[in-house]
Design a protein around this ligand. Sequence first.
Ligand code: 3AM
Length: 185
Amino acid sequence: MRLFAALVPPDDVLDELAQAIAPHVGQVPGLRWPARDTWHITLGFFGEVPERVLPDLETRIERAVRRHPAPNLTFDRFGAFSSPRRARVLWAGVTGDPMTRLADSVRAAARRAGATQTDEKRFHPHLTLARAKTETDLRPLVESLSGFSGSPWQADRVRLVRSHMGAQVRYESLAEWALAPAGQG
Ligand code: 3AM
């Protein structure tokens, strides 16, 4: 099964993002906009994981999550990978408490449980809002979204998600664990 771990922002914070992008959704040729109920900030992508390791993987990730304090975050910009000029992914970015240790720890937990395809690229926390099949110049879009600043929020839990591939990718939430209260870490 294809798995990843993610943070899911609260509804009112997602409302702000939805409002900001609303005038642009469907307006840019080649851009596909995943449904809002799929929005998340990926902490670690684990690739294909054998079903038999799931119980151990859940135990280990839960242990990792419980050790890290809930980060305080704010969506404060839009950007694109790999750049606005040659974009494949339009994203909303967060600033706030660093999450690299949490992401490293969650990925390490998955690897120890036997997730051999875990992504080890540098962690760039972001919420993907749109994808393009080919590199697309999104400079005008990113420019028109500049100046955005959302409300602060606390990411208090981590979700383990199964990704069902197909014409339309479907995400299934398998488990959710609370982070430690902010200030303990
Ligand atoms: O957080 P986002 O939506 O940008 O791009 C995929 C998505 O990221 C990423 O995992 C998240 C949940 O599907 N993903 C998919 N395949 C990947 C891979 N082989 C990958 N990340 C790294 N390596």
